[in-house]
Design a protein around this ligand. Sequence first.
Ligand code: AMP
Ligand code: TRP
Length: 326
Amino acid sequence: MASKKILLSGVKPTGRPHVGNYFGAMKQFVELQNEFESYIFIADLHALTTVQNKEELEENTAGVLLDYMAIGLDPKNVTIYKQSDVPQVAELAWIFNCLTTVPYLERAHAYKDAIANKKEPNVGLFDYPILMAADILIQDTDVVPVGQDQKQHVEIARDTAQKFNNAFGETFKLPDVLILDQVATVPGTDGRKMSKSYGNTIPLFATDEEIEKAVMSIVTDSKLPDEPKDPEKDNVFALHKLFTEGPEFAELRDRYEAGKIGYKESKEILIKNIKKVITPMRERRQALEEDKQAVLEVLKSGGKTARERAEKKMEEVRKLVGLKLY
Ligand code: AMP
Ligand code: TRP
């Protein structure tokens, strides 16, 4: 039997995940966990570029682990770990740094945005894509499921693999990005990309009240219930695409076009359907939280597996580069 291809992805522990993270990336981790040999990690070293508070980072990291388990990642199928348990990625990132030019990294979106917003980015933010390349390449990854905003980073990982292979010989696989078109960019309550930094999110494990408040705040135009509406231009309908299924969805589209529904009712239907998706996951998360220590064991054992694989790869890399004399 041919061995399974390798899938790897990660989420930064920078606060509560939202439904954009879920549909854009995390749901794929769950759906693909049997088809691939999967490595899913918590990018705590990347989070250090913005979170510089011990308690906050610790809490967020344990939080992402609970999130992963609550959405249905099974540690029997998936190696779940935290990035900092694989220090070899930082070592590999350094080697990649020395093959990467400054002008090349200056073209990366996250860095360009920071400059455009007149922020003074730290070196960690500048080097973010190279650490990410190391995460991906060190595990011989074939596919990386992410949202649209991470596409460029996976391309940088491919470029970096090629640069290394050209300089030192075939060593790294070129990874492919895996992006689902329909959910590449999940919109937030204001129609822009859902993002913590825009304050337009629906948290993935939201309480009923939070769901109601977020949906009621969705920005719409001022069309009356009996006016025909273009569903493709409505922020409420954009979220129905994720949460409302089958005949109910088809009926909704017809009612929009025929001018037979107002935004208030559309929002009420959306609230009902979001609750249907979120409630069981939220309850699972609460149950897991009861025994956080046992859950943390998952990270320890995943860390060991990921680290051992990475160390094997690094042995090869050190030899090729000329760092291993004995
Ligand atoms: P982050 O929280 O930045 O670590 O993002 C985790 C994952 O969620 C990444 O794969 C992102 O591409 C994805 N993601 C974040 N926001 C969205 C969004 N609004 N729509 C789709 N995917 C998203
Ligand atoms: N940069 C990713 C994000 O913000 C997180 C991440 C770090 C990642 N390293 C990765 C994702 C490697 C996929 C593969 O979402």
